[in-house]
Design a protein around this ligand. Structure first.
Ligand SMILES: [Ca+2]
Length: 171
């Protein structure tokens, strides 16, 4: 990680303030995260994520910062298994941080079946301002199956994205 990015991480870490958890559930939400407290990211795995004080409108006081380079995914977690068949989609607010001197790649978030990663739905993050992204397709998840959510940010070079109000919905 270059020195400028390391400095950015440290600054944003010190600015992170733990505040009351904001709940904006829809009726069909099976997972929602506004990344307001350290407990909100305790179930996430990976090597390049932390909380950030940059948020979209109605995003509370903090969001999730994910940074990645040649090792992907930068962040991942599993949910389930579910006790009934589900048809899932997901949506989130996200933005890429502009980092001087790197080749532009953006990021992507993928939701797939743990036992069949080819079955997946995905969004691509490209905007430098807070933007609402939602999957165009839906994923059928059989009962007893677990889902895997992974965030791949950048690749050939280091990139950083902010994520907030991440939600998985069931029909
Ligand atoms: Ca938030």
């Amino acid at each position: 990680m270059n020195p400028k990015l390391s400095f950015l991480f440290i600054v944003l870490l010190t600015l992170t303030i733990s505040c009351s958890k904001e709940k904006i559930y829809s009726n069909s939400s099976i997972y929602f995260n506004s990344f307001e407290n350290s407990s909100d990211i305790s179930n996430l795995d990976g090597y390049g994520f932390m909380m950030s004080d940059g948020t979209p409108v109605n995003g509370g006081d903090s969001s999730l910062m994910v940074g990645g380079a040649c090792i992907q995914p930068a962040l991942f977690f599993e949910l389930g298994p579910f006790d009934e068949d589900k048809i899932l989609s997901f949506n989130t607010y996200a933005k890429m941080l502009e980092i001087e001197g790197v080749n532009w790649q953006g990021g992507r978030i993928t939701l797939s079946l743990v036992n069949d990663r080819d079955k997946k739905i995905r969004i691509f993050i490209s905007d430098l301002t807070w933007t609402y992204y939602q999957t165009e397709n839906k994923l059928e998840v059989p009962s007893g199956e677990k889902i895997y959510i992974d965030f791949s940010i950048g690749g050939y070079s280091t990139h950083v994205a902010l994520i907030d109000l991440f939600q998985i919905e069931s029909e």
